[in-house]
Design a protein around this ligand. Structure first.
Ligand SMILES: NC(=O)c1ccc[n+]([C@@H]2O[C@H](COP(=O)([O-])OP(=O)(O)OC[C@H]3O[C@@H](n4cnc5c(N)ncnc54)[C@H](O)[C@@H]3O)[C@@H](O)[C@H]2O)c1
Length: 423
């Protein structure tokens, strides 16, 4: 089968490599010429993605995967086109479809009758049918007769995408019934795992938004309960361990907020759409307030932050992946600066320029002589640090460190929903 994957970024490239590894001919299409060249050399542009390097080298060497900037020409030879171009929110908090629409227009110019188009990018409900499918009919092709369209969300964790691609059922919903059937058959063939064919594209779109909203709200609930725990001097980690020992309770972990796209961005697609959504809006509000809450708690502990030297470690949105969109490290920086602190940042996975791009003054090693160290993304590279040398107070932004170990080093531990170590 000839398959085009449009957008060979964090999601599209592993997806393209995995399909190519099943013996299909895959064209990776992207407007980023440097990435296209790199892929054609068999070089992996995403080194923190487990297994991608070997897989990519293998499929490029075997001639099963090639990349191009000419999307229109590439899709003309393909039976299936997958879209993995990112959609973010704009300043007004609504979905910014600019890149995906441009990609759809490039595809439309090259589409041949009989092609199946599958949108993998998370979208507001109704977008595949009302906005994207009509773009694909631009050259006169008719939906359901000449071009078949489906939505099938990616449900992957960055860093282990190759593994996740076949781990969970592939959810599929057609815009036209034949699109749904063909998309389900396609995924059954290429991945061999379970495929859940839903009633239509809207059902599949809402299923993906539901996953993100569930996690966002669950974290918001954990955050609210953690603040209650703080008010009562109770340790929320013990509370949630006890509550979750009953099978109907699945409390998530509290923290200074939620980063990346899936959890903080996509619930906004529910809020912008029709239907009741006040709970999603409330969840966002609670989670967005957490950096301020954590920093204010620290300020009270150390008699104000003016002039205090603060080091923030781990600036990416989550441990061990070099991805920064919507990272809460930036929110923590803002909150510390607003209170007059002198803040430095470091990330084991980013260059100094990478830290600067997020607004941080890069910290120089060795790390020592700070008043406060904040561990935001607890990368493996930070596991052996000598915390006592760095600062007398540590804020564990995601309750990820071993409190006893920190205290044994004579450092005061501050978590979210956890009593502060005695002075
Ligand atoms: N990253 C995740 O963990 C994750 C998880 C689940 C779902 N998703 C979904 O996957 C989507 C893609 O995310 P990503 O992290 O791979 O984004 P990304 O930014 O890493 O990749 C998107 C790629 O699309 C390319 N592109 C932009 N405009 C284009 C055009 N007109 N034609 C061709 N290519 C174009 C970009 O150059 C880039 O390489 C997200 O919007 C999300 O819905 C992501």
């Amino acid at each position: 089968m000839n398959v085009a994957v449009v957008g060979i970024g964090r999601i599209g490239l592993p997806l393209a490599a995995k399909i190519a590894s099943q013996g299909h001919q895959v064209m990776g299409c992207d407007i980023n010429a440097a990435r296209v060249e790199q892929v054609n050399r068999g070089e992996n542009p995403i080194p923190d993605e487990a297994g991608l390097g070997e897989l990519l080298a293998k499929v490029v060497r075997a001639g099963h995967l090639r990349a191009t900037t000419d999307t229109t020409a590439a899709v003309a030879n393909c039976e299936v086109v997958l879209f993995a171009v990112a959609v973010d929110v704009n300043a007004e908090g609504t979905a910014d479809l600019t890149s995906l629409l441009a990609a759809a227009d490039s595809v439309a110019q090259g589409l041949r009758p009989g092609t199946l188009c599958i949108f993998d990018t998370t979208l507001p409900i109704g977008t595949t049918r009302k906005v994207l499918a009509p773009r694909l009919e631009a050259t006169g092709l008719e939906l359901g007769t000449d071009v078949f369209v489906a939505f099938s969300p990616e449900r992957l964790l960055m860093g282990r995408i190759i593994e996740d691609l076949t781990k969970y059922p592939k959810v599929v919903g057609g815009v036209d019934p034949e699109g749904g059937r063909r998309a389900a058959a396609f995924y059954r063939e290429v991945f061999g795992g379970e495929v859940m064919e839903l009633a239509n594209a809207e059902t599949a779109e809402l299923s993906k938004l539901s996953e993100g909203a569930y996690r966002d709200l669950n974290i918001a609930l954990a955050n609210e309960l953690a603040m209650v725990a703080d008010a009562h001097g109770v340790d929320f980690t013990e509370v949630s361990r006890a509550a979750n020992s009953q099978p109907y309770c699945h409390l998530h972990v509290p923290g200074t907020g939620v980063g990346g796209h899936c959890i903080p961005v996509y619930p906004r697609f529910l809020i912008q759409g029709r239907g009741p959504s006040s709970l999603s809006a409330l969840g966002r509000q609670v989670n967005d307030a957490m950096p301020g809450y954590a920093v204010e708690r620290l300020a009270a502990l150390v008699d104000g932050l003016a002039g205090k030297r603060v080091l923030i470690l781990g600036l990416t949105f989550r441990p061990d992946v070099a991805v920064t969109p919507h990272t809460n490290a930036v929110d923590l920086l803002r909150e510390f600066k607003a209170r007059g602190a002198d803040v430095r940042g470091h990330d084991a996975l980013l260059s100094e320029e990478g830290a600067r791009a997020l607004g941080f003054e890069p910290a120089a090693a060795p790390f020592e002589g700070y008043d406060i160290v904040v561990v935001h993304a607890y990368h493996r590279a930070y596991a052996e640090l000598d915390w006592a040398r760095i600062a007398p107070v540590l804020l564990d932004a995601r309750n990820a460190l071993d409190r006893d170990q920190i205290e044994a080093q004579g450092v005061r531990y501050v978590g979210i929903g956890r009593p502060v170590s005695p002075a």
